[in-house]
Design a protein around this ligand. Structure first.
Ligand code: BG6
Length: 490
């Protein structure tokens, strides 16, 4: 919100009310937030902060207690009168998962959601709105997610519900839509005729650090934390059909069709279609990292997956027979979110090529760096200058910062502004979430029923367990090694 303010995007009169149980004054809260503003993204500017801080207020109460609602409502009305903002309200819940239900019920029971109902507004000419942003984790299995959807649906209309997934707000994920649908040259080859397989990777170079007790809970683990949410959404954007328009519903329908068409593995298939990993001690960037099981709040014999990989099949006309490989892990070699589209080899081999590792043919590859080093790279074969015909892979490079001379905006800034404007395009629709749970649940069930004796099975600072390489090798594929395609010079 501070970044939006600095860039002049925060709507006039917008105010923020932080609600929590801890007793604090408005000023205590502002000072507490200032430390974050200093740390994140843009350079901190004392003058800008001094203008932003008075927009922020604080209210100490327990929102799970329905009796706290009249006080909260009165405080919101007072702020709205002071800033002349009427009753447009955006509730944002970033709370422990078990608190969603009581808080949402209380917002309803406490008359906090009187408008925002598209079809029965009390002021048809100037309808006001009350919207809600719900953070992940959105449920911890298909049943709890469906239940939460019903709980929210009893209080807010679908048009007012914003299920956030910050990966959809990342600039490069949005750029993927432009790349695919604003150009003629890529879409004709974006299918099973030309694509061999697609990889989506999201790795982090940190362990669980202070989040051990959350991560080791039933809501934690890489499959739930990353694959069920962020990676499946990214996959849907890669695979979706062109929408009729860029309007929220048209986009969400197309993303959901891909998720609906994604086959969940059967219990028999899980061992060869999914991989679970957990990191042991190791070194990342010269720094020693303790093993996951030694982290605070983690059970010493924990079975939690700090790494998960999965092979998926999307049963559509376009994607029949094209595997999608998703992987995510903590405490790995480096932080990287990347989509790699691997094309099929040429039908006829005319030239002697330089082979890659293990003698593999180096086919065309399109690499989309979601973060860091945002950009797109294409690998193709080129002739080495000189006599004779020696073929070598070369890289064509689009670097976001170099081209646009700007750093991409924070995903959260983009998404919060969208919610204020009423644009749900980058937010998840009810069915998308339920489909994502349907896809991963058989793996989670299998892992619950079959504890693994080989954990931890990768050292911190590596690319994960060897079983993950074996999963791809079954299909003659291998995980993309980012060192093979270094960035161009900036
Ligand atoms: C969150 C996960 O949703 O995404 C975290 O809960 C993870 O475990 C984070 O660290 C990664 O986000 P980003 O934007 O840093 O890739």
């Amino acid at each position: 919100l501070y970044h939006l303010f600095v860039d002049g995007h925060l709507p006039k009169g917008a105010t923020v009310l932080g609600v929590s149980r801890t007793k604090m004054s408005d000023d205590d809260y502002r000072n507490y937030l200032r430390d974050f503003a200093k740390e994140i993204g843009k350079p901190y500017d004392e003058k800008q902060w001094a203008e932003f801080a008075p927009l922020v207020h604080y209210h100490a109460d327990d929102a799970t207690n329905v009796e706290s609602m009249p006080g909260l409502n009165a405080r919101l009305k007072k702020l709205a009168d002071a800033h002349q903002t009427g009753s447009n309200r955006l509730f944002y819940l970033s709370v422990a998962p078990h608190l969603y239900e009581p808080i949402i019920n209380n917002l309803g029971a406490g008359d906090m959601v009187t408008e925002g109902k598209a079809w029965c507004s009390t002021d048809r000419d100037h309808p006001t709105w009350q919207r809600i942003i719900v953070e992940k984790p959105f449920g911890s299995d298909p049943e709890t997610a469906a239940h939460l959807n019903r709980v929210i649906g009893r209080v807010f209309e679908e048009e007012s519900i914003y299920r956030i997934d910050h990966y959809l707000g990342k600039e490069t994920v949005q750029n993927l839509l432009v790349f695919r649908f604003a150009n003629t040259i890529f879409e004709p080859i974006w299918n099973r005729e030309y694509i061999d397989h697609i990889q989506v990777t999201a790795t982090e170079a940190v362990g669980v650090e202070a989040r051990g007790s959350y991560y080791d809970s039933p809501s934690g683990g890489a499959m739930r934390d990353m694959i069920q949410s962020h990676l499946l959404q990214v996959m849907a954007v890669v695979a979706m059909e062109p929408p009729i328009t860029m309007a929220a519903n048209d986009m969400r329908v197309e993303r959901n069709k891909i998720l609906a068409a994604t086959r969940a593995p059967t219990a028999d298939e899980v061992p060869r279609m999914a991989v679970k990993g957990q990191y042991g001690p190791g070194q990342i960037g010269g720094k020693s990292i303790i093993g996951y099981r030694e982290s605070e709040g983690v059970h010493p014999e924990s079975q939690t997956d700090t790494y998960a990989a999965m092979q998926l099949n999307v049963d559509t006309w376009r994607w029949g027979g094209v595997p999608f490989y998703l992987r995510s892990g903590k405490a790995m070699t480096r932080k990287l979110t990347q989509i790699v589209v691997n094309f099929k080899p040429t039908p006829h081999l005319l030239f002697a090529e330089k082979r890659g590792e293990g003698g593999a043919r180096q086919c065309n590859q399109l690499v989309i760096n979601v973060q860091p080093d945002e950009g797109i790279r294409i690998r193709f074969s080129g002739k080495v200058p000189g006599l004779g015909t020696t073929i070598k892979p070369v890289v064509m490079d689009f670097d976001y910062v170099e081209q646009f001379h700007a750093e991409p905006p924070e995903a959260y800034a983009t998404l919060l502004l969208d919610a204020m404007r009423g644009d749900q395009t980058l937010y998840k629709y009810r069915e998308e979430i339920e489909n994502c749970w349907r896809i991963v649940q058989p793996v989670l069930d299998y892992w619950d029923e079959n504890p693994q004796s080989d954990l931890p099975n990768y050292a911190a600072g590596t690319w994960g367990p060897s079983s993950s390489d074996i999963m791809l090798a079954q299909h003659g594929a291998r995980w993309h090694d980012p060192r093979q395609m270094p960035r161009g010079k900036r």
